[in-house]
Design a protein. Structure first.
Length: 213
């Protein structure tokens, strides 16, 4: 396998970059959408409960089935791949964001109101910072999930390491087939570990010491 990696280093680097870039972008967009939805519903118990349940149910949708449905309006390639991954990336974050925001002590919010802060300022300077450790946990779960799921976008000619894995599996028994599949899988694991390490560092720099466990 090492010989295969050396001989195809340039292509492997490009595919790894594609995979990491697609995963990063979809998790970023999914997180922004998820937090926006959580902010819109967390103050209303019924809406929060329905959104929380819906996000959990949505995770049971087969990713390949959703990807196939997206081919109809968007065709093959990056667009359906991006939409599917961003959709799944948002789901774990929505739940954690709602739970995190609703867990902010009422006494803290009342104290912020008492010193004259507006609702939006309370949200951005009090509630979201307190909820951030829980939200970040959701982002970590989402990232690990998306890095793995991103492999299947090769079915619709999406970018990334999935093409390497499926090409290898389709050619099992042929030259370098097993090496292709194993290398693609190993690189996905490495991408996932690197992202998780970066998110741990992000938490250390962004979570106030009083909130860290």
């Amino acid at each position: 396998m090492w010989n295969y990696i050396q001989q195809h280093a340039e292509n492997l680097t490009f595919l790894t970059y594609q995979h990491a870039s697609l995963s990063f972008q979809t998790v970023l967009i999914g997180t922004l959408v998820a937090v926006a939805i959580a902010v819109a519903v967390y103050r209303t118990p019924l809406a929060a409960a329905l959104t929380l349940t819906s996000s959990r149910v949505a995770l049971t949708i087969p990713s390949l089935a959703l990807l196939a449905l997206l081919i109809v309006p968007f065709g093959l390639g990056v667009v359906p791949s991006f939409i599917m991954l961003a959709f799944f990336a948002a789901m774990p974050v929505i739940g954690n964001a709602i739970v995190g925001l609703r867990s902010v002590p009422d006494s803290v919010v009342e104290a912020a109101r008492g010193i004259g802060l507006s609702r939006w300022r309370i949200l951005f300077t009090v509630e979201l910072p307190i909820a951030w450790p829980v939200i970040l946990t959701g982002v970590r779960v989402s990232t690990q999930m998306i890095v793995g799921i991103a492999a299947i976008v090769a079915y619709v000619l999406g970018p990334g390491l999935g093409s390497l894995i499926f090409s290898g599996l389709a050619r099992l028994g042929g030259a370098n087939a097993l090496e292709m599949a194993l290398t693609g899988t190993l690189l996905i694991v490495i991408v996932a570990l690197v992202f998780d390490g970066l998110l741990v560092l992000l938490g250390r720099f962004t979570i106030p010491k009083g909130l860290s466990s």
